[in-house]
Design a protein around this ligand. Structure first.
Ligand SMILES: *[C@@H]1O[C@H](CO)[C@@H](O)[C@H](O)[C@H]1NC(C)=O
Ligand SMILES: *[C@@H]1O[C@H](CO)[C@@H](O)[C@H](O)[C@H]1NC(C)=O
Length: 393
């Protein structure tokens, strides 16, 4: 019976003029924009992951908190409709076609936490959470059990969860996404060369991969940038969009312009031009690099309009639990490796660690860019990142 209702609602057009996927894309670009705004360095995030974690809790809010959340996520009142669309999107985004992609969601909650059993069931059934009830009173033991659970699902543990997390908290949500894909047109290793950077005594270098080949590529005057599509192997399901600012414009400027343009339209334009004029011969330069990006997303999300959910006094998750809860921190980490042959990304929320030595100086790179790793049928942004500065030591 419920299923039938879902389908009926899906057909009726109660989303107004925005379809579900475009709302997700809107959130993705906005989150990336606000995250980069608040950072003095380059960032890589997985908007889809953050979005799906937050959506799973959005419907558990009530009152003013719901008003706020529904505005930021452009949600309608009808929960079943959203769940249906959410599942549909997940089915189209997370497909092992060409790419190896795996997403796991976990929920650990305290034995004493007065949570409605229906809420836990909703997270399990609708949002595929693996849930576990633990004694947070004994943090060491709770952490140990949680880590055993994570390990049994092959989640790399180093940075995901700590014993301290179980102190004074009632619930921990975390997830892990891995993505590995091979370029349809790999770079030739012998064309990789080194860009040297120097400023006084400080030095830095970047290994730049290079190829000249025929690809979908267009200039977007409205963005002051060119966009080139680097497809991954498989049925053209996943690709990287390489957005390169015109000289004189920087990545922040271009990202700002992207807020007014739909990524779906960008993909459509690329495809249309390729159909009409054929593929363009372009030179592609991309650093061969591995980077770690860890960001706390509270502030970017706050700037997007989410404030109640983080507020001890105002957060209203009354649909979820009898006890009052609020979101303490959303820490998010992405590790990305780009080589001549493939792209490998691991994402965890939350994230810890990363006590790497800071650079002496950070200076602009010669050819900055923004990249989006995208599932094309829905134009969903799996990952978005910037490359604009290089560390000198
Ligand atoms: C890579 O470049 C080298 C040197 O130009 C060339 O000999 C080789 O055939 C190229 N390999 C591929 C796979 O194109
Ligand atoms: C997202 O939606 C808001 C409100 O409709 C709009 O102001 C903003 O430009 C949109 N951003 C993107 C990236 O589409």
């Amino acid at each position: 019976m419920r299923v039938v209702i879902f389908l009926l609602f899906f057909i009726s057009a109660s989303f107004g003029d925005l379809d579900f996927n475009s709302k997700t894309r809107n959130f993705s670009v906005e989150l990336f924009y606000h995250t980069l705004q608040g950072s003095d360095r380059d960032v890589v995030i997985s908007p889809y992951i953050v979005w799906s974690l937050l959506i799973s809790m959005a419907y558990e809010t009530a009152g003013m908190t719901w008003e706020e959340v529904s505005k930021v996520f452009l949600l309608t009142e009808d929960r079943s409709e959203i769940v249906e669309e959410f599942m549909k999107l997940r089915t189209s985004v997370l497909v092992n076609e060409g790419a190896a992609i795996n997403l796991l969601n976990f929920l650990f909650y305290d034995e004493h936490f007065k949570v409605y059993s229906d809420s836990i069931r909703r997270l399990e059934d609708d949002f595929r959470f693996i849930t576990q009830r633990l004694y947070f009173e004994v943090p060491q033991q709770a952490a140990g059990s949680a880590m055993r659970t994570l390990r049994s699902y092959d989640v790399p543990l180093r940075t995901l969860i700590r014993t301290e997390d179980f102190v004074d908290s009632t619930m921990i949500m975390c997830n892990y996404l891995s993505f590995t894909a091979r370029w349809l047109k790999p770079f030739n290793v012998s064309d990789t060369s080194q860009d040297q950077y120097r400023d006084g005594n400080e030095m830095g270098k970047a290994n730049m991969m290079y190829m000249k080949t025929r690809l979908r590529s267009s200039n977007f005057e409205s963005l002051h940038a060119s966009v080139t599509e680097l497809p991954y192997r498989g049925d053209g399901k996943y690709c990287m969009l390489l957005v390169r600012p015109y000289s004189g414009y920087d990545v922040r400027h271009v990202l700002e312009s992207l807020r007014g343009v739909s990524l779906k339209d960008v993909l459509d334009t690329l495809q249309q031009e390729a159909t009409e004029l054929g593929l363009r011969e372009v030179e592609v330069k991309l650093p061969r690099y591995a980077t770690n990006s860890r960001v706390i997303l509270n502030m970017p999300l706050f700037n997007m309009g989410l404030s109640d959910v983080f507020d001890r006094n105002f957060a209203n998750f009354n649909n979820f639990a009898e006890d009052k809860i609020y979101i303490g921190e959303i820490a998010h980490r992405v590790t990305i490796v780009i080589t001549e042959s493939e792209t490998i990304v691991h994402t965890t929320t939350p994230a810890y660690g990363l006590n790497t030595r800071g650079p002496v100086k950070r200076i602009p790179v010669k050819e900055p860019f923004i990249f989006f790793i995208i599932e094309k049928s829905s134009a969903t942004v799996l990952f978005g990142g910037s490359y604009s500065k290089i560390d000198l030591f």
